[in-house]
Write a protein that binds this ligand. Structure first.
Ligand SMILES: [Zn+2]
Length: 299
């Protein structure tokens, strides 16, 4: 039995997968926003409640916003900013009395969709979250790439490429920089654009997303890109974004496909549970970090 936790900005969700990857339990609680100790306690409570209900002791994987610093072991880059600078893995391990694996939530999403979701069967996959935050996770041959600095796929804090005059320098991002893709492509940005209505908001959003993803294709050249998060429900994206790619991608043809996720909101917890696959373990950040200085960039 594997337990996956998806620690989100508004809710914390738990799911249990059995040996055949069937989901046998799912629960959720509101995230105690701004309260770190209560967040740790809520996660521990969900795990203990699930184990009590199912009468099992499970391996636990946790998808978090941000990532664990290979330097310090503390959370960094989380838009749920009360987690930043905190020893979340150590505290969860102490609370639960076992080793816990943590990984970026977009990476969990990407693992889930590349394994048995919309992008199953594609060799290289880039999973994208378009929600409260914007992030990504690269998967190669079924293995998520964490990277030397545990930030592989952190595409949301690159600047919007090919900016137009009125897009410069762009909105201020919570990370301290301006013009980050996240600040253009997150749910709030889409809502703000729709409220202004100078030019069709969807059209502007499509073009910005096309530019952002074109920069991913130029760098990583994935076979498939899978969209998750609230804005992945916009039907128009799947047709109109690829139509724009030829303007920006440095190639005569663009064979990369843009896919809607299969597991929806469930991919966060499913991918987190998959941080403990049987056989060759997926090397999560928890492990990568213990190898501090190891320097391998791929699993
Ligand atoms: Zn930023």
């Amino acid at each position: 039995m594997r337990i996956g936790i998806d620690l989100g900005g508004t809710k914390i969700e738990v799911a249990c997968l059995d040996r055949d990857d069937r989901e046998v339990l799912r629960r959720r609680v509101p995230t105690p926003r701004g309260d770190y100790a209560a967040t740790v306690a809520a996660i521990a409570g969900l795990v203990e409640g699930a184990e009590h209900e199912l009468d099992v002791r499970a391996k636990v994987g946790v998808g978090i916003p941000g990532t664990v610093s290979a330097q310090t072991g503390l959370v960094k880059n989380a838009n749920s900013t009360w987690l930043n600078g905190r020893p979340l893995r150590d505290d969860l391990e102490a609370a639960l009395g076992r080793t816990v694996r943590l990984a970026n939530d977009a990476n969990c999403f990407a693992i889930s969709e590349a394994t048995d979701g919309a992008a199953a069967g594609f060799a290289t996959v880039f999973g994208v979250i378009l929600g409260t935050g914007v992030g990504g996770g690269p998967v190669v041959d079924g293995q998520v790439l964490h990277g030397a600095n545990a930030i592989a796929g952190e595409w949301g804090h690159n600047p919007l490429p090919w900016p137009q005059r009125e897009e410069w320098p762009g909105p201020r991002c919570w990370c301290g920089r301006r013009g980050c893709l996240e600040s253009w492509l997150c749910g709030d940005a889409f809502a703000r654009g729709a409220a202004q209505g100078r030019e069709p908001a969807l059209e502007r959003y499509v073009d910005r997303l096309a530019r952002g993803l074109a920069s991913v294709i130029n760098l990583f050249d994935p076979d498939a890109i899978v969209l998750g998060g609230g804005l992945s429900n916009l039907d128009a994206l799947y047709e109109r974004v690829p139509q724009r790619w030829p303007r920006y991608v440095f190639s005569d043809t663009v064979r990369t496909v843009l896919l809607r996720n299969r597991h929806g909101d469930s991919s966060g917890v499913r991918g987190a549970a998959r941080l403990w696959e049987d056989g060759e373990p997926v090397r999560a950040q928890g492990q990568a970090e213990r190898r501090a200085g190891g320097g391998r960039s791929a699993i």
